[in-house]
Structure formats: C-alpha cells, structure tokens
Design a protein around this ligand. Structure first.
Ligand code: GLN
Length: 494
C-alpha cells in the first residue's frame, strides 16, 4: 500500500485496527520515503531498518493474537538527545560520537510499553543549542519546502522528517522553542508540554529548569495522543509533577464556543514579517468565527525575555555539560595528565556555539558577576511568569506568532549569534514561565514557506491549547499541502 508514510498516527492506528494494513507495510513505507528523500532533506542521523521491520512483524503477530493498543506497531523518529536503549545518542556533538545508550528515557520507555517502534534518530543542533540545526556536528538538515533554507531548530531533524513524510511523527525537546519553531518552519504541529508534565529522565540536560520533551506531528490529535502516552509523574525525575493526566483527545472539539483567547500586544511588533503577521491575524479571525472571544492582553516584560533566557540557559548548560570530560562518556583526547586530557577532549569535542555558551554561563555564575547577571535574571524570570499569571486570569489561552520570520536561508544567520538569538523572542517566555505551547500551521508565504501560529496555555492546561489548535486546524483544511519531493527540490535533486 503506497502513501502510508504520509498519514497520521491515528489514521495508521485505524487502518491497523481494521486490518487494512500491517505494521510492516507502514514501516516499509516510511523506510522507502527516507531512502528516496533523505539524501536531500538530511533529517536522519541513524537508522536501523532491519530491527524496525522485525519489531513491526512482532507487532503484527501480537495484533493477530488480540494484543496491542492504539500506538502499537507505529514507527517514531527520535531526536538525538533522548536515550533509547542500544541506540546512539550523540546530541549532535562530536564529543558523544560512538556512545550507545544503556537505558531508555522514561518518555521512551512509556511509548515502548505501548508498542511504538523507534526506527531512527534525527538531527539537531549540538546539545540543543541553536535555532536552525546548523550547529549540528553531524550533517546539514534542509527545509523540505525549500532545501536552500534551514528547517529551524534545535529539533530540525524531527520537524523535517515529519514534514517530508519520512516519519509519521517524531519526538523533540524544547528549552526555548526547539519544538515549536522548527514545527512552524517546516509546517507541522509541535507541542511543548508544561514544565514537569513529561519526565526528563533520560533526556540529556541542556538547561534543566527549562527543558521539556514533546511531540512533532502531522496533526493536533496525534500530539494529544503522544502527550497522553508520555505524560505523568516519574520517581526518577523529581521535577515531574504529580497531577493526573487527562485524556487529551477527549478535549478536542469542533468549535471554540465559550473560550476566551488573548492577543499579547507585545508580540505584534516592528520586525515581525508582514506575511507572518497577516497569516497569524487571519488565524485569530478564524478562531473568532469558531466562537472564541478574543481580547487584547499585555505581557510587559516580554522585551527582557531573550536576555533573561540566555543568561539562565547558559548558566545551567555550563554546569550540565561539565560531565563531558572524556572520563565516562564518548570521545577522549589523551593528555599528559587529567587536566590536560579534560582540556583537549573538550576543545576537540565541543563546537563553537557550545563553547560560547559554556564560557558565557561560567561567567554569569562566577563570583563578582553572579548577582549582576544570574541573580538578576532569576528575578526578571519571576516578572515574566507574573505577566502570564496576570494574563491567564482573564483568558484560557494566548495566540501569537511562533517566530518573527519564516525559515531563513542556510548560512544567513549562523555567523551572527545575536541575530539567531533574537529569533527566539516569542518562544522563550513560555519556557521561563513553565507554560505549555503549541505550534500549528496557519499559512504559507508567497514563496511557499510555512507559517506557524503559537497557542500558549497556563501550566498543566494542555487541553486548552490542544482544543484551540484542533478546532482551528479542522476548520482550515485548505492550509494542508502535500509534500511532493520531485517538484519541491529541483535545485538539489540530481
Ligand atoms: N534556540 C534556543 C537556544 O538556542 C532554544 C533551543 C531549545 O529550545 N533547545 O537555546
């Protein structure tokens, strides 16, 4: 059966349940698309086709025996930063070359229990630091809709794989936008859960007070399904929260009657690309027509969010990345004594952006500067969180752009880190405040690039944003475009 690579998880589950296709056919279809397209897209960093087919056959046999829930036998692509037993977990870095995970992250273990198949690993910015996947030490990943452009980042491989129908769905991580922004650049759905909703055990830490694992999918229902399967308290992550996990798919309704949505004034500013602004405003109008009441709100500390985020994220990264010293993990460059060995290993193993952030982070934590930078950033973080608390007193969710521009050209911003950081303006505040956020496709530029709408919700109110995203998406089927590799990649495919 052809075209199985282009369907959603829930469509695949229906076909499997009706016996209309097998898990093996599904996996083979995805592997076929990877073979045909990934030379151009460059999403996958590692694949295990034989094992995936074997697991699919086992899932088919189990199903014939009456076993298997909705996710059983469905293949998933996983970002290089999550531990999957027996698979590489390079985090996009040379320093972890050759490392194989000895265990499953909790999110992976939960999906494995449901019978999902982890068929391959997808590219990312080194240690999830970046917004374009250009900081990967492994390879270049291209935007499927225009291979001269970036897929976004840091979960660029996840988004590109889903958009190019080389995966039914993927997992990514979001510390400051790394699920939502690549989803918007590639035209797929991306969900960042609230801080504490999904266990971080087995996620290689970048900035521990900001990191979350979440799905990148072809529609909102799939995001709800995967979140429901991964979420919930975990004794191995003390920051995971003991709150019941609702049935997220039950929250999906056709309209937005009775919902109140806020438009933050500070998110519609100079520098916002006009095509992005008009697509987002059109999406807001549609939400109104679906029955929502829309009001303007204010988040006055928004302009401080980037500086605050980069101080806190770098500070935490400088501590988290201290463990990569050539002793326990990955690569080592020998030296005359341990100090020289550490220095050589880290000099050779880390790329320039990671080094920049370790240096910045060490600086803001150092005695004499701690109060001026790190402590002050923590105080501003509180102000950013209070802005949202205030806004959410009156509304169920906020509607904003995901990024100020559509996908930019490969190389366009990579030489200027500050320009790259500024592109994170609309996504980092949600991480600072621990909120949940969803990116859904809301339009296309004249040149054929996707545009994303961001829906932000209060912490542990994923059902709010999923409901808004689903109703909006279902009301706008004309936004869906089928990826067609031959006509879309003329400049690189021969
Ligand atoms: N672009 C942001 C950064 O570079 C966010 C990355 C992320 O969410 N992992 O830190």
């Amino acid at each position: 059966m052809s075209g199985l690579n282009a369907i959603t998880l829930h469509e695949a589950a229906d076909l499997l349940a009706r016996g209309a296709c097998s898990s093996e056919e599904l996996v083979r279809s995805v592997l076929g698309a990877i073979e045909q397209r990934d030379g151009t897209v460059g999403a996958y960093t590692w694949l295990n086709p034989e094992q995936a087919i074997e697991q699919a056959r086992a899932a088919d046999a189990a199903r014939r025996g009456g076993h298997g829930g909705p996710l059983a036998g469905l293949p998933l692509a996983v970002k290089e930063v999550l531990n999957v037993r027996g698979q590489p977990c390079t985090c996009g870095s040379k320093i972890l070359k050759g490392y194989l995970s000895p265990y499953d992250a909790t999110a992976i273990a939960r999906l494995r229990e449901q019978g999902m198949i982890f068929l391959g690993r997808v590219n990312m910015d080194e240690f999830a630091m970046g917004s374009s996947t250009e900081n990967s030490a492994l390879q270049t990943t291209r935007n499927p809709w225009d291979p001269t452009r970036v897929p976004g980042g840091s979960s660029g491989g996840s988004a590109a794989a889903v958009a190019a129908d080389e995966a039914l769905a993927a997992l990514g991580t979001d510390t400051g936008g790394s699920i939502r922004q690549p989803a918007s650049f590639c035209g797929c759905v991306g969900l960042k859960p609230s801080y504490g909703r999904v266990s971080r055990y087995g996620l290689t830490a970048y900035a521990s007070s900001l990191d979350q694992i979440g799905p990148l999918t072809k529609d909102v229902r799939d995001a709800a399904l995967l979140l429901g399967a991964m979420a919930g308290a975990d004794p191995r992550d003390s920051s995971s929260v003991r709150q019941p996990v609702p049935d997220y798919t039950a929250a999906l309704q056709a309209d937005l009657k009775g919902m109140k949505l806020g438009l933050p004034r500070e998110y519609f500013i100079g520098g916002l690309d006009p095509e992005v602004e008009s697509a987002v405003r059109a999406a807001v109008d549609r939400c109104r027509r679906l029955g929502a009441e829309v009001v303007e709100v204010s988040l006055p500390h928004t302009s401080h969010a980037i500086a605050t985020y980069y101080i806190i994220a770098c500070a935490e990264a400088s501590a988290n990345l201290a463990r990569f010293d050539g002793v326990r993990y990955g690569a080592r460059v020998e030296g005359a004594d341990p100090i020289e060995m550490y220095g050589r290993t880290r000099a050779a193993g880390f790329g320039p952006e990671v080094k920049r952030r370790i240096i910045l982070g060490t600086y803001v934590l150092s005695s004499g500067y701690y109060d001026a930078y790190y402590l002050r950033a923590q105080k501003v973080r509180t102000l950013v969180r209070r802005d949202f608390e205030e806004a959410f007193r009156g509304v169920d969710a906020l509607l904003t752009p995901v990024a100020p521009t559509p996908a930019y050209r490969i190389g366009e911003k990579n030489e200027d880190p500050l320009q790259m950081y500024l592109g994170d303006i609309f996504t980092v505040p949600a991480n600072l405040a621990g909120l949940c956020g969803l990116s859904v496709p809301c339009g296309w530029t004249k040149s054929g690039l996707p545009i994303g709408l961001q829906i932000l919700g209060p912490a542990f109110r994923e059902e709010n944003i999923l409901r808004v995203g689903h109703a909006y998406e279902q009301s706008a089927p004309e936004l869906k475009r089928r990826y067609a590799p031959a006509s879309r990649t003329p400049n690189t495919e021969h």
